[in-house]
Design a protein around this ligand. Sequence first.
Ligand code: ATP
Ligand code: MG
Length: 432
Amino acid sequence: MQDQPKSYTLKELGLSPKNLDKHAVSITERLTEAGFQAYLVGGCVRDLLLGMRPKDFDVSTNAEPEQIEALFRNCRLIGRRFRLAHIHFGRHVIEVATFRGPHVKHDKNTSHAHKDGRLLRDNVYGTLEEDAWRRDFTVNALYLDAQKLTVIDYVGGIEDHQNRLLRLMGDPEQRYKEDPVRLLRAVRFKAKLGFNYSPETEAPMKAMAPLLKDIPSARLYDEILKLLLNTKASDVFDGLRQYNLFSALFPQTELCIKKADSDQPLLLIKQAMENTEKRLKNNQHVTPYFLLAAILWEPVRRLTEQNRATFNSDVQAINASAGEIIAHQVNQIAIPRRITTPMREVWSLQPRFHKQIGVRCLRFLEHPRFRAAYDFMLLRAQYGEVDPKIADWWTHIQTLDPAEQKLMTRPNQFKHKRKARKKTTTNIPPAE
Ligand code: ATP
Ligand code: MG
C-alpha cells in the first residue's frame, strides 16, 4: 500500500466541473458541510477522464447509512447485508455508499470468505484508503473531490488510465477467486474503454473461468445484460470466448460452435450482436430476448433435428427442444420467464415462414411477435438456413396493401373463393 495518495487537480486532468452531475455534487457538499468525507467515485470518474458521459454518478463517504439518512429527506436505505443509501431526485437516483474495508478483519461484523476464497459477504466499514483497495481495477478506484476539484489516487489509477491499462489490484488470482464476476467485468471494461489488460491481470483469466459456475444464477443474469446490451457487444463476445468465459456461461452453445462443421452458428450470433449495436447507436429499442434467442438457437436447432421424427410437427419438435435447452441454461443463468417466453415464441414461429399460402400467412403478419420472428428468420437466411427466396417473399409482402397481400397468398382462384365464403360464416380463431 502507498501511504500518501497522489492528488491531481481537475484542470491538470483536463476535466471540467461542468460535466459533474449537479445532484451528486450537492450530496457531497452537504456531507462535507456536516463534517464527513464524500467523493464521486468509480465508473463516473473513469468515464469522465475518457470524455465519455457516465451512466451514473456514485458517491462514497465515511458517513454511515443512518447518518446519511439523517441528512437527506429524499433518502432511502436499501440492502440488508451492506446497507446503501439511495438519494432520490425525482426519477434520478444517486447511490451513496459508506467506505468499505478489507474483508479479512477480525471485528464484530467481519465479512466471510468461502473455503475456495470466494467472498460471500462484504460488509465491513473502512477508511477511504481501504475502500480504494477493495475495488476491482485501479481505474475504478479514483475519488473525485467536487469541492476541492481534485482527484485522489491511492492505487496508481491515473497512470494506468493514461497508459490505457486495466489492472486488477492485489494478487489477481486471489481477487478473481474472491469474486469471479471480476472476470466478466474485465472483458466488459476492456471492450468498453478500449484498454489493454496488464499482463498479471490477464494471465490467470482462462484458468479461472470455471469459477463462474459457482456464481448465483440471478447475479449472472444481471451481468449478462450488461455484457450484451451495449455498443461493444461483439467485442465482448470475442473476449468472453477468448478466455473460455463464454463456455462457462453458455456451455451448450459453445459445444455446438465447436462441433459445427462451418462458422455459420458463430457468425449468426455475431451478426445478432452487431445488429444490437446498430440499434443502440440509432437509439432504437433493444431487448435481451432476441439476442438470447440467437445465442441459444444452435443448440435448439440441433436438438430439434435429432428429435424431429418423434413429433408430429416442426413446431412441436422446436417447443420440446426449446424447453430442454432452456431448462439446462437457467441452471447457469437465471433468464426470467418474461424473457424465455418470447425467446420460445420467436423460435417456434420459424416454421410458419415456410408456408406462403392461405389466410394463416396474413394472420401471421399481424402476430405481435411477427417482427421479431421475421428479423430472426432474416438472420437465419443470411447464414444459409433459410432459402433467400423465402426471405425475399416475406420482405416483399410487408410492403403491399391488404388486397395485394391477399392475392399473394392465394393458392388459386377456386380455393380462394371457397375460403372467402367460409370466412363469412366461421369465426376465425386468433393467430395465437
Ligand atoms: P459501469 O457503471 O459503467 O458499468 P462501474 O465501474 O461504475 O461501471 P459498477 O458496477 O457501477 O461499475 O460499480 C461501481 C464501482 O464499484 C466500480 O467502479 C468498482 O470500483 C466497484 N466494484 C463494482 N463491482 C466490483 C467487484 N465485483 N469487485 C470490486 N469492486 C467492484
Ligand atoms: Mg456504475
